[in-house]
Design a protein around this ligand. Structure first.
Ligand SMILES: CC(C)(COP(=O)(O)OP(=O)(O)OC[C@H]1O[C@@H](n2cnc3c(N)ncnc32)[C@H](O)[C@@H]1OP(=O)(O)O)[C@@H](O)C(=O)NCCC(=O)NCCS
Length: 354
């Protein structure tokens, strides 16, 4: 009785920032970023636009794409690492703005694996009969993290000043991770399916010994007070990342989990038509194809256009694949993700026949 995806929708902020634009505010180049990550451009939200607004737009679009009304939805799962406010999170803001009515809504915190976890939870709500129509939305506005100082306004076209030497130094300090990320939102609408299609199997994992691979140590209730200006001065509000080790773990653990969900199903690796994987680096995607021994065509990619959009990545990619006719009836696909925590896993999904 696996959940069927009956609609998808996205929301992307209109401002696109290219690698060449980034090269005007830090020591980097289009060549370095493309070669090391595959990212060519990313969307960045304007001041005042938060992830809840993008999420609500994506939900409205997905519900319309499903041919449903907002009032038909009876549960909302929001995945984000960058909520508008620390508490109470985005879920009630999205529920209200998308006009869903007073349905249950909750938020989960699994970063780049957030949408994957949400998909599995939606499947559980549907298969246990607790809900008939569930929306899962992933949305991020990473802008608040970015180590760009006043140069952010230059990127957004709001200032034509030259970057200051201080802001260039700041951006150089964070260039290894900041060039990878972008803002956006994607949502999927799910309903109960059949025995042979929809979500067929899933596997979720976490390992807190990998907590330091990528984490934001800054504001948090281990501190008194929980948020201080010193944290910002020390850059603790920004992701601290061990890029090389993250890369190694991601390339190992995503393929392992894809094999695990196939083993829990009647299908084999050779039956897999598509892998909808988290988009952190094109070289990680190439590594997944190599580890599994599948053609690189099987591992879908849109990282060039959006960068790493954390929890928004999987629905953005699924929506792109669907729009580009890469998910015809009967397609067997694996969603897979790896993210901060560490959290990772895979969901095996078969697109229903007509
Ligand atoms: C971050 C990442 C792209 C770095 O790629 P890499 O090939 O390992 O590059 P390195 O960090 O070894 O840096 C190589 C050189 O490029 C430099 N460099 C780093 N960022 C740069 C940038 N934006 N532009 C130009 N040069 C840069 C480094 O300073 C280093 O210079 P050095 O050799 O003189 O010291 C890669 O490790 C990665 O993608 N990791 C996974 C990230 C991830 O998944 N994040 C999200 C988690 S869910």
């Amino acid at each position: 009785m696996g959940a069927h995806i009956v609609g998808s929708g996205v929301s992307l902020p209109p401002t696109i920032v290219t690698n060449d634009q980034l090269a005007t505010i830090m020591d980097t180049s289009d060549e370095w970023i493309v070669k090391r990550s595959g990212v060519r451009q990313r969307h960045i939200a304007s001041p005042g636009v938060g992830s809840a607004e993008l999420a609500a737009e994506a939900v409205v679009n997905a519900v319309a794409n499903a041919g449903l009304q907002p009032g038909d939805v009876d549960a909302l799962i929001s995945a984000t690492m960058t909520p508008d406010h620390y508490a109470p999170g985005n879920a009630p803001l999205i529920q209200d703005r998308a006009g869903l009515g007073r349905v249950g809504s909750f938020e989960i915190r699994q970063q780049c694996a957030g949408f994957l976890y949400g998909l599995d939870m939606a499947d559980m709500l549907l298969t246990t009969g607790r809900a008939d129509t569930v929306v899962v939305v992933g949305a991020e506005v990473h802008r608040g993290y970015m180590p760009y100082g006043d140069s952010m306004d230059i990127l957004l076209g709001l200032s034509d000043a030259d970057p200051t030497p201080e802001d260039i130094a700041l951006a150089n300090d964070g260039r290894a991770w900041s060039v990878l990320f972008g803002d956006g939102a994607g949502a999927l609408v799910l309903q109960r399916g059949t025995e042979t299609s929809g979500v067929l199997a899933s596997t979720l994992h976490s390992d807190g010994t990998l907590f330091d691979l990528i984490h934001v140590p800054g504001p948090g209730f281990i501190n008194y007070p929980w948020s201080t200006t010193e944290q910002i001065d020390d850059g603790l509000h920004q992701p601290q990342m061990n890029g090389a080790e993250l890369f190694r773990q991601a390339v190992r653990l995503m393929p392992e989990s894809v094999i695990a969900v196939l083993d829990a199903s009647p299908y084999e690796l050779g039956d897999l038509d598509l892998i909808v994987a988290h988009q952190a680096n094109q070289r990680i995607l190439d590594g997944i194809a190599k580890q599994l021994g599948v053609s690189s065509e099987v591992v879908a990619s849109n990282i060039a256009n959006y960068g790493n959009t954390t929890a928004a990545t999987l629905p953005l990619l699924f929506h792109d694949c669907k729009t580009n006719n890469r998910v015809p009836e009967g397609t067997l696909l694996a969603f897979t993700a790896f993210g901060a925590g560490a959290h990772w896993g895979s969901v095996l999904y078969r697109e229903p026949d007509a």
